[in-house]
Ligand binder design. Structure first.
Ligand code: HEC
Length: 151
């Protein structure tokens, strides 16, 4: 291909080089962003989802009990399954937080939650005021651990 105006080539060259640098700069940014996102994903994937999952399940059962109380539906057949679920999941507290399990305060707080749930199951609340009192004592056992171990 022949250039009809060889002089024009020289005048466009610096401009196209500038564009190329700009393109490389943008490409660098984009690749950097992709690498950052991938790195963050990898870090996130390494994080154990179990502790948060366990806490959210316990929170969900407490919310269900709270809703039952507010709806004035406090019969044992409504409350007991949630109390049992709280008791069972309380068995997993030490496994969910392995870095705290050797701390005596943590062990005591976990045992206190199991004791509160045991008490609630052995004498299930039969009325809304009784369910309210049960929830207060279980809730206090949650708070007893969170006070020291939840940041
Ligand atoms: C023996 C200790 C312990 C007991 C008992 C305990 N928790 Fe937790 N909980 C923790 C710790 C530790 C965290 C902070 C977790 C974290 O940041 O990863 C936490 C966090 C939470 C969270 C926030 C989770 C999140 O991802 O933001 C909720 C909700 C929760 N707990 C609910 C409860 C409920 C409801 C109870 C009682 C029925 C309870 N917990 C009892 C130790 C405990």
């Amino acid at each position: 291909m022949s250039n009809p105006d060889p002089g024009a080539k020289e005048s466009t060259q610096p401009q196209s080089r500038g564009k190329r640098y700009l393109f490389l700069l943008i490409l660098g940014f984009v690749l950097g962003m992709i690498a950052t996102v991938m790195g963050m994903r990898a870090l996130q994937a390494r994080q154990d989802p179990f502790p948060d999952a366990l806490m959210h399940v316990q929170g969900w059962h407490m919310d269900q009990l709270d809703a039952a109380l507010k709806a004035n539906k406090c019969s044992p057949d409504v409350a007991l399954p949630h109390l049992q679920a709280l008791r069972m999941t309380a068995n997993n507290l030490e496994d969910a937080f392995p870095s705290s399990r050797d701390d005596e305060r943590f062990r005591n707080a976990a045992a206190a939650m199991r004791a509160a749930a045991d008490k609630a199951i052995s004498a299930p609340p039969l009325s809304c005021p009784a369910l309210g009192a049960t929830m207060k004592s279980i809730g206090e056992s949650c708070g007893g651990c969170h006070r020291d171990f939840r940041d």
